[in-house]
Design a protein around this ligand. Structure first.
Ligand SMILES: O=P(O)(O)OC[C@H]1O[C@H](O)[C@H](O)[C@@H](O)[C@@H]1O
Length: 632
């Protein structure tokens, strides 16, 4: 379709701005003549924003805007489109505006966000985002072609305009085609097709890939029709928010007679994060990337000739490090944020990477990729069962994880989040933790007084990263306390929290003895948790302590790992341990303990006072609030 959109009265539309734009780079991103992708997870406001950005692009001399049909394009697909798609006129994308607030809820009263991805398909690096931010502090005017008509983005096709900045095209297309083509070059779809009997998935692309391409039953898909408000749900793929899936997989509280499927997975709003589940079994993201790396060469055709290297973000558990060491692979530890992996991949140094925040991916694109992670897991399961399909007993997700622990050892792992903390006080708390680096003997004395069975802190360091490729340095990336037995405690300030500050505490302990790798995470980590919480409290001033949330209780990122029927830990014992740990912390803050363990805690420490809250099972004991959801 050809449209003449410009209706400037004197034929001289914003001439001074045009002159300014000729050859100018804005924030390091060249606008004139560019081809930009604009799309996202389809959340509320996306369709309006597509039209606004298109009009601004036209006014800024952009040559083409590529839009996913109905404004839909997941973050990994955007990355693939930037890297792989060639327009009808031979054009390639310059960069992309991704309209999403990722794993945060959507809707008229919820979140909206815009991310910018670069020409390599990856997120903009700090140098660019810093520049964008600094421009926002000085901007005094912006260009927009308000008379450019809206484009119907529900219909696939190119609309060409001619206007004062020259020709301008809006190309609306179905992005799943490019992505599926790419996935077929990576995975053995036939092998996965043979395997698929039942699974549960969440993604706009799920139907096309898993039902149409791989033959899965449509009833195995949950929430796969994009909605502007995600149906009122919270799109973070974790055990707390993917409630329906968690129930279906036998990890919830309801005792349904229906046998759960062998495999379940979830993605977030823009399908870059993923959660992998087996029947009554949760795979931590840190284990997931390690297991994919350990099995990739045999199970995934794309990696058949070997891995260039592997990488994880700093707070992610060291499970991947052990795989790298055993398989003699190059290994990198980078700060939190996917852009750090991109540089390594562009330089051919890394094939597979992952983060504890439910991100897993490879160098096929420059973003984390939820569907890729699901296909990777299905490929591993298909490979492990290749001589066994139709047999009585499938090698399951749980079998694969337990085999992995038996071979490489297990990293028990938990993350605690303190949300909505006063930003100044959070900074102070972090500064105190940094200053404690110089008094390790005091820290050790303190910990030993509380628990003699915790090994010594041998180093406390603030993580700083020098990029292996461009030499840039990223400072203040979190504080690590490293223990003699390989355990780690990490403190970092979240970069994505939306109110005040969020402090994250990551707790990790390595167990090599295969007879001990089957324990419950909370039981295994209990001594360490006691040590660290007391350490935090001692390091903190009155001000930062009181800034830790009281009204809004701290949340816990990973619900307690369920061990299925054969739980090795008595809830009562576990409850007492948790109570011990928390009684130390809640001297100062309300700490929320939830779910089965919460009940056990409540029973164990009953008598300290209890209340009912809004019909929900809830008791308060001193500062501890107990509600009916699973903890860690
Ligand atoms: O800073 P946090 O809140 O811990 O979030 C960290 C995460 O933020 C975003 O989702 C990035 O894409 C991830 O790469 C990163 O891991």
């Amino acid at each position: 379709m050809q449209v003449d959109w410009w209706s400037g009265e004197d034929g001289n539309f914003f001439p001074e701005w045009r002159a300014d734009l000729a050859g100018v780079e804005r924030g390091g991103i060249r606008a004139v003549g560019a081809t930009i992708v604009v799309s996202g997870d389809g959340r509320y406001f996306s369709k309006d924003v597509v039209q606004i950005i298109t009009k601004m692009a036209a006014a800024n001399g952009v040559r083409r805007v590529w839009v996913g049909q109905n404004s839909l394009m997941s973050t990994p697909v955007v990355s693939a489109v930037i890297r792989e798609r060639i327009g009808a006129d031979g054009s390639k994308a310059t960069g992309a505006f991704i309209l999403t607030a990722s794993h945060n809820p959507g809707g008229p009263k919820e979140d909206f966000g815009i991310k910018y991805n670069m020409g390599n398909g990856g997120p903009a690096p700090e140098s660019v985002t810093d520049k964008i931010f600094s421009n926002t502090t000085t901007i005094s005017e912006y260009l927009i072609s308000e008379d450019l008509p809206d484009v119907d983005i529900s219909v696939v096709g190119v609309t060409s305009f001619s206007g004062p900045e020259g020709p301008f095209d809006v190309d609306v297309f179905d992005s799943s085609v490019n992505y599926i083509k790419l996935m077929k070059t990576i995975f053995d779809f036939e092998a996965i097709k043979k395997l698929l009997t039942s699974q549960s998935l969440h993604s706009a692309y799920a139907k096309h890939i898993f039902v149409e391409e791989l033959g899965a039953d449509e009833s195995s898909l949950l929430n796969c029709v994009p909605k502007e408000d995600f149906g009122g749900g919270h799109p973070d793929p974790n055990l707390t928010y993917a409630k329906e899936l968690v129930e279906r997989m036998g990890l919830g509280k309801s005792s349904s007679n229906v046998e759960p499927p062998e495999f379940g997975a979830a993605a977030d709003g823009d399908a870059d994060r993923n959660m992998i589940l087996g029947k009554r079994f949760f795979v931590t993201p840190s284990d997931s990337v390690a297991i994919i790396a350990a099995n990739a060469v045999q199970s995934i055709p794309y990696f058949a000739s070997g891995l260039k290297g592997v990488a994880r973000s700093m707070p992610t558990s060291a499970a991947l490090d052990v795989v790298a060491k055993n398989l003699n692979l190059k290994f990198f530890e980078v700060p939190t944020g996917w852009n750090f992996f991109g540089n390594l991949m562009d330089a051919g140094m890394c094939s597979i990477c992952g983060e504890e925040s439910f991100g897993t991916g490879s160098d096929h694109i420059r973003e984390k990729d939820g569907i890729w992670a699901v296909l990777a897991w299905l490929s591993i399961i298909a490979f492990k069962n290749k001589d066994n399909l139709g047999g009585d007993k499938l090698v399951t997700v749980e079998d694969i994880v337990r085999q992995h622990w038996a071979t490489y050892g297990r990293h028990y792992y938990s993350r605690y989040d303190y949300e909505n903390v006063d930003a100044g006080a959070a900074k102070e708390l972090m500064a105190n933790l940094v200053s404690m680096q110089s008094s390790l003997s005091d820290v050790n004395k303190l910990i030993k007084e509380i628990r003699s069975d915790v090994s010594e802190v041998v180093a406390a360091v603030e993580f700083e990263y020098k990029d292996h490729v461009d030499g840039s340095v990223s400072k203040n990336q979190g504080i690590r306390y490293l223990f003699g037995d390989g355990s780690r405690l990490v403190f970092r300030l979240s970069g994505t929290g939306s109110v005040g500050a969020t402090i994250r505490v990551y707790i990790e302990q390595y167990e090599k003895d295969s007879s001990k790798t089957g324990r419950d995470s909370q039981e295994a980590l209990a001594p360490l948790v006691v040590g660290i919480r007391e350490t935090v409290l001692t390091s903190s001033s009155e001000q930062s302590i009181s800034a830790l949330p009281c009204d809004i209780p701290s949340t816990i990122a990973f619900p307690r790992e369920f061990e299925g029927k054969g739980s090795t830990v008595g809830l009562e014992e576990l409850g007492l341990r948790v109570a011990l740990v928390d009684s130390m912390l809640h001297k100062f803050v309300n700490f929320r303990i939830e779910g089965e363990v919460a009940e056990a805690v409540a029973d164990a420490v009953d008598g300290l006072g209890q209340e009912r809250d809004g019909g929900q099972s809830c008791r308060r004991m001193g500062g501890v609030e107990v509600v009916g959801r699973p903890p860690l």
